[in-house]
Design a protein around this ligand. Structure first.
Ligand code: B12
Ligand code: SF4
Ligand code: SF4
Length: 339
């Protein structure tokens, strides 16, 4: 079969609104990085990271005969002054990006299938067993910075990734990751409040506030980390905010990334969220992953970390909350107000 023309595949990408696209050979990923990370416990309790390791390292396990991985990056940075002080990470302030990117990928696949009906493909947005940063790097879209994030030249790290595997070759492949622009800088490593950045782009999820506030829904957040949750309720952007390569972000016009009403709430309002407000504000946003009690637990920790004296009566009420984790968090925060 003649290799598919990347010029045309790029046109299709532009048509559906991806910001960057690149092409990598679907060669297996050397296993060391993933296995070292898993074996040293950096995945915390995200068992799903290890359970499908074979597929993560070899995309031909996902699509037999895989030859090419198309990597896409989508800029999500919105200029929204009303949400600027939000304790919610930037990516989570709008509609769930999974649905936004899945719609784009679906549109791409439709155009692709119409043009190349004999080629099989497998798409993934975040939750698939695929190492998206590795594919984006191999496809030449940028590189993984010391902050563990994928950094592009035009948009910095304010991009979300997705990928499409093909069982056909294309005419031109990227030469590998873009050159590293971190140099001697270590700002992200020095600014991470919990020491989660281990160097060379490696992140210890156990110590990362993003993990603790999004994925760790059941266990308590270790006390030393809670104390660092200053205006942090869901996700964390500190290591991206301090990065000089993120100066001068490009604002996306994509309305699907515009902040929802929840992004206007402060820590106190999030801690005081009623079930009715939760139902009105949260479903359809990434915050739903933390669930009602997890989100309030995080906000309560943040009130303690911030020593918000005016939160005392709210915390007293929450220390009688039906949810055990909210109760515990409120008792801790009350003690911390007085410490
Ligand atoms: C698990 C996970 C997490 C974990 C662990 C983070 C991590 N860095 O591993 C937690 C919960 C902490 C997390 C947090 C966040 N995440 Co997350 N996460 C993932 C997920 C599901 C898997 C990442 C993974 O495989 N990690 C395992 C390690 C071993 O692999 P790695 O991350 O690729 O890093 C190594 C390799 O890339 C290797 N490497 C570097 N260059 C090259 C080049 C080549 C050729 C090779 C072979 C290898 C290689 O070195 C790196 C360090 O060891 C991906 C989605 C996906 N399916 O890929 C999203 C993803 C990485 N997350 C994303 C986001 C947005 C975030 C947050 C910014 C959210 C937030 N604001 O709170 C934070 C950022 C925290 C940080 N500083 O990294 C985006 C990243 C976008 C970007 N520009 O980088 C992704 C890609 C989701 C998406 N579809 O867009 N996340
Ligand atoms: S997201 Fe926050 S806690 Fe995690 S590595 Fe970056 S600065 Fe550290
Ligand atoms: S802050 Fe500095 S070291 Fe960290 S990712 Fe940005 S440029 Fe690299």
């Amino acid at each position: 079969m003649t290799p598919l023309p990347t010029a045309h595949l790029r046109q299709l990408s532009e048509k559906v609104g991806f910001d960057l696209v690149g092409f990598a050979r679907a060669e297996p990923i050397p296993p060391e990085t993933l296995f070292d990370w898993l074996e040293s416990g950096c995945a915390a309790d995200m068992d799903w990271m290890g359970s499908r390791a074979a597929e993560r390292l070899d995309v031909s396990k996902l699509l037999p005969g895989a030859r090419t991985v198309i990597a896409f990056a989508t800029n999500y940075y919105r200029d929204e002054p009303r949400a600027e002080d939000s304790p919610i990470a930037r990516y989570a302030r709008s509609r769930d990006y999974h649905s936004t990117l899945r719609d784009k990928l679906k549109a791409y696949r439709k155009l692709f299938s119409a043009a190349y009906p004999g080629v099989r493909h497998y798409g993934s947005v975040d939750s698939g067993p695929l190492m998206e940063k590795v594919w984006a790097a191999r496809a030449g879209l940028g590189y993984v910075g010391k902050n563990g994030c994928f950094i592009t030249e035009p948009f910095g790290s304010w991009v979300l990734l997705s990928a499409l595997i093909l069982d056909a070759e294309v005419d031109v492949y990227a030469g590998g990751p873009a050159s590293d622009r971190c140099g001697h800088c270590r700002k992200c490593i020095m600014s991470c409040p919990t020491g989660a950045l281990l160097g060379q782009g490696r992140v210890d999820a156990r110590a990362c506030l993003s993990y603790q506030t999004i994925e760790n829904r059941d266990a308590e957040v270790p006390e030393s980390f809670r104390m660092e949750m200053d205006n942090i309720v869901f996700g964390c952007d500190i290591c991206q905010d301090v990065c000089p390569l993120n100066r001068g972000p490009v604002f996306t016009p994509n309305e699907r990334f515009s902040p929802r009403a929840v992004a206007e709430l402060g820590v106190m309002e999030l801690a005081a969220l009623t079930p009715e407000q939760y139902e009105q504000l949260i479903p359809g946003t990434p915050l739903a992953r933390a669930r009602y009690d997890g989100l309030r637990r995080n906000a309560v920790y943040a009130l303690g970390a911030m020593k918000q004296a005016e939160a005392r009566s709210l915390l007293e009420t929450l220390s009688q909350d039906p949810s055990e984790q909210v109760r515990h968090a409120a008792k801790w925060a009350l003690l911390h107000l007085d410490a």
